[in-house]
Design a protein around this ligand. Structure first.
Ligand SMILES: Cc1ncc(COP(=O)(O)O)c(C=O)c1O
Length: 371
């Protein structure tokens, strides 16, 4: 048992247990469990929170990305550009939509898509770009949108780690054509199971997404759109998310405060996250440091009873199952280097100052030991 676990969802659950119990009871007593009033209400509340016109709840963040691409008419023969350092959900979603993933390397400081490399990656088959707001930090949307618009590409924002992050005053997910969210339990806004959602300002796109999540049905038992599947958000998850949404801003602020404590306590010892430029509001889904002796540091922290994790140890282009895409080592040097050096420290709104100090002390003692 670790002294300081990497994540501890029980702390959040206990803090709002009465609200969650009320939400769950409401659904159990309603007798309606899939795509009902709770889902509709959550869609409205989440869209209003983000400043988007429409929201469509789906079963996961991966399917939010997949169905967003299908709704945009992207499929076989098309290419979608994304980053190699954000795990595999984006790559999987592009393949599930029938398209081909292609990668653009990331910036050393932000860990996000490097807009200066975007134009060179575009081919006659490219139809969309999927920037990821990784770790909760907004990607450089202005230059990405500028290139995308000039080349007629759709922009699908992967906001799975960035609920509530703003880019020059606007919520991420509202600047591109669609914003895709995951409510996996550990996310800044997390369900008690799998859940996802797509936001858009385009009424026709929202309508297609509503059909696609339910076999492409226009009306019951009448499939109108190809590419549909079962990706429905259930009432229990929607009710739980409705109970949690009013807390999101305060939780994000608590994450920022704890990130600030780490910045201060780790300064000079290891490479801490680069500060965000003015106008970009980071929501610190993860607090990710860099250390050339990362694996040894991870082992040391575990020995000290401190949980930590790697996001992510293998870039998507080097995963054996994606070998057929034709990439190899050296194609995306920044992503490859980051995969060797990044380490995520515990960060959640309920983490105490004493715990942050204990983690920072352990990191500093490791650095002293090896220097
Ligand atoms: C960046 C990113 N994109 C997409 C996803 C996929 O979300 P889900 O796990 O809900 O399918 C995740 C979460 O796992 C993620 O971190």
């Amino acid at each position: 048992m670790l002294d300081i676990p990497f994540g501890d969802l029980r702390r959040q659950t206990q803090a709002i247990r009465d609200e969650l119990d009320a939400a769950v009871c409401r659904v159990l007593e309603s007798g309606w469990y899939i795509l009902g009033p709770e889902v509709r209400a959550f869609e409205e509340e989440f869209a209003a929170y983000c400043g988007a016109r429409y929201a469509v709840g789906v079963a996961s963040g991966t399917e939010a990305l997949q169905l967003a691409l299908v709704a945009l008419g992207i499929g076989p023969g098309d290419e979608v550009l994304t980053v190699p350092n954000a795990g595999v959900p984006g790559t999987a979603a592009i393949l599930l939509a029938g398209a081909r993933p292609a990668f653009v390397d990331v910036e050393e400081a932000s860990h996000n898509l490097d807009p200066s490399l975007l134009e060179a990656a575009i081919t006659p088959h490219t139809r969309a770009v999927m920037p990821v707001h990784l770790y909760g930090r907004p990607a450089a949307l202005d230059p990405i949108l500028e290139v995308a618009r000039r080349h007629g590409l759709a922009v699908v924002e992967d906001c799975a780690q960035a609920h509530g992050a703003r880019y020059h005053g606007r919520h991420v997910g509202t600047l591109g054509d669609v914003g895709c969210f995951s409510f996996y339990p550990t996310k800044n806004l997390g369900a008690c199971g799998d859940a996802g959602l797509v936001i858009t300002n385009d009424p026709a796109l929202a309508e297609r997404l509503r059909k696609l999540r339910n076999y492409g049905w226009g009306r019951k038992y009448h499939s109108e759109l190809p590419g549909g599947t079962n990706s429905r958000l259930d009432e229990l998850q929607a009710a739980i998310l409705r109970a949690k949404l009013p807390h999101l801003e305060e939780w994000n602020q608590a994450r920022r405060v704890r990130a600030g404590w780490y910045d201060e306590l780790l300064s000079g010892a290891v490479q801490t996250p680069a500060p965000s430029p003015p106008g970009e509001e980071h929501v610190y889904h993860l607090y990710v440091i860099r250390c050339p002796q990362r694996d040894a540091l991870q082992t040391y922290l575990r020995e000290q009873g401190i949980g930590c994790d790697i996001h992510y140890p293998q870039p998507a282009h080097l995963q054996p199952i994606y070998r057929h895409l034709g990439y190899r080592e050296g194609h995306f040097p920044v992503s490859e280097r980051l995969a060797r050096e990044v380490l995520s420290l515990p960060l959640y709104p309920e983490l105490t100052r004493a715990e942050v100090e204990q983690v920072a002390r352990a990191v500093r003692s490791f650095v002293e030991k090896i220097s």
